[in-house]
Design a protein around this ligand. Structure first.
Ligand code: BES
Ligand code: MN
Ligand code: ZN
Length: 480
């Protein structure tokens, strides 16, 4: 997609296929007024008919208007101009995407952000518009139905918002692609290759992949206990982005990358088991966020780590009751092999101590309980630091990728007691998202840390959403 700011001062003359102008409830925008005058009142006559009056997300198309060079004019109802914020901008972008697709236009001049000059709104508008174009056709004998190639934003100078919106959208696209690919294609090895390809394209990004022998040498008995039953070897993928040379401590992101979660010997029921290909959604969001950061060339240091394995039953698989030793030295009784996310994450969370992180955020499709609590709408935060939890929550509010903090205390940690090892890997059915967080908290005491449970938000119930790439990218932008 070719996106730019247009310095056109009037919507009357353009070479583009379609001009999109806002109509507020009760009054015309500046661009709509100019068109109304040039066309001898075409818009006011339309409004006089009464069915279109600027209600938010309503649309109307006018063809071949007198005095206007474009053949197609798309009017978009924007509601009350005083509540035209970034949330509304995102909603309108989706409306515009649907209408432009119907019109099969290749290029559009869009005036919706006219005289708004709100960087956040521009960011939201562009990221939503691009996100609406997403499709994965790799596995279908079908041509793309998307026609849009060029977008010119007119009446605004929100250059940075536009750039950030584009960066976030490219990250969301990568995250969606990775998560939507099936488990027979997107294996731990595939994720490792993706990281290497990304690093080849960008100077400031370097990649290291630890193989199972390397992890064995590091004592990662917990992570390796998950991949043990699968023919697919586990990978620990480390992506290091050096945006500044001042030796500042990096932000470290850690993603759960279970490329298929069958449950292992504690096998899941068959219904909807296909959905467990999305169990690398946390990892996908780490990839997506790294992609967004390198695209925008942000001046900050970020390390993205992905702990990737396939969780399968076999005669070599870990059994309920097996005890493993994590890299931290803590022993874990694997009471349920389906609570595997925490087993791969805990070793990755110990490994990253070596980066002397400024703060750490792990992202994981960790518990079904999280979907029960917050649905597919909001992801859960568990954190050992109030400031960090607050900043994550407000970054989510800013970019419409919401998160909500759940409490954590020693009452919940007690549920993880094991008869024979330092810790059990399950805490019973009560408070499942919190006890999973408490398990991870046992491995993150040396740094400022937050955990995002994205079991509900990384996929919509049908397909990958690319969340929480917007939240993570916004959070990192806010650290600049
Ligand atoms: N990957 C699942 C969590 C999940 C479930 C994500 C549904 C998305 C949709 C995770 O590995 C898991 O199986 N968790 C168990 C934990 C339990 C055994 C303590 C769960 O939530 O049932
Ligand atoms: Mn599981
Ligand atoms: Zn899982």
């Amino acid at each position: 997609m070719n996106i730019s700011l247009s310095n056109n001062t009037s919507p009357l003359v353009t070479d583009l296929d379609c001009v999109v102008v806002p109509v507020y409830a009760g009054n015309l925008s500046g661009s709509a007024k100019q068109i109304d005058e040039a066309s001898k009142g075409a818009i006011s006559q339309l409004l006089a008919l009464g069915h279109f009056y600027g209600r938010k997300s309503s649309t109307e198309i006018l063809y071949h208007l007198q005095g206007v060079s474009t053949s197609r004019l798309l009017l978009v109802g924007c509601g009350n101009p005083y509540i035209f914020d970034s949330k509304v901008a995102g909603e309108l972008a989706k409306t515009v995407a649907v209408e432009l697709k119907k019109l099969k236009v290749a290029s559009a001049e869009i005036w919706l952000l006219e005289s708004l000059n709100d960087e956040q709104a521009a960011q939201q508008f562009i990221s939503s518009l691009l996100d609406s174009q997403y499709e994965l056709l790799d596995y279908k004998n079908k041509e793309s139905t998307q026609s849009l190639e060029t977008i010119a934003l007119a009446g605004t100078n929100s250059e940075q918002g536009m750039r950030y919106g584009e960066g976030i959208a490219s990250g969301v696209t990568l995250a969606k692609n990775l998560a939507n690919h099936p488990g027979n294609i997107c294996t731990p090895t595939y994720l490792a290759k993706t990281a290497k390809t990304l690093a080849k394209q960008h100077d400031k990004l370097s990649v290291e992949v630890l193989e199972e022998v390397d992890m064995e040498a590091l004592g990662m008995g917990s992570l390796l206990s998950v991949s043990q039953g699968s023919v697919e070897p586990a990978k620990l993928i480390i992506m290091n982005y050096q945006g500044v040379d001042d030796g500042s401590q990096p932000i470290v992101l850690v993603g759960k990358g279970i490329t298929f979660d069958s449950g292992g010997i504690s096998l899941k029921p068959g219904g909807k088991m296909d959905e467990m290909k999305f169990d690398m959604g946390g990892a996908a969001s780490v990839f997506g966020t790294m992609q967004a950061i390198v695209d925008m060339q942000l001046p900050i240091n970020v390390v993205g780590v992905v702990a990737s394995a396939e969780n399968m039953p076999s005669s070599r698989a870990t059994k309920p009751g097996d005890i493993v030793t994590s890299m931290s030295g803590k022993t874990i009784e694997v009471l349920n092999t389906d609570a595997e996310g925490r087993l791969v994450l805990c070793d990755a969370l110990t490994y990253i101590e070596r980066f002397n992180p400024k703060l750490v955020i792990d992202i994981a499709t960790l518990t079904g309980a999280c979907i029960v609590a917050l649905g597919h709408h909001i992801c859960a935060i568990i954190s050992n630091n109030d400031n960090l939890a607050d900043s994550i929550m407000s970054a989510g509010e800013q970019c419409q990728d919401k998160a909500w903090r759940l409490p954590m205390n020693s009452d919940f940690t007690k549920q993880l007691r094991s008869e024979f090892a330092d810790l059990g890997n399950i805490g019973g059915p009560e408070g499942g998202t919190i006890t999973a967080g408490c398990f991870l908290a046992e491995f993150t005491q040396k740094y400022t840390w937050a955990h995002l449970d994205v079991a509900g938000t990384a996929w919509s119930g049908k397909a990958a959403t690319g969340r929480p790439v917007p939240l993570l990218t916004q959070f990192i932008i806010n650290q600049l």
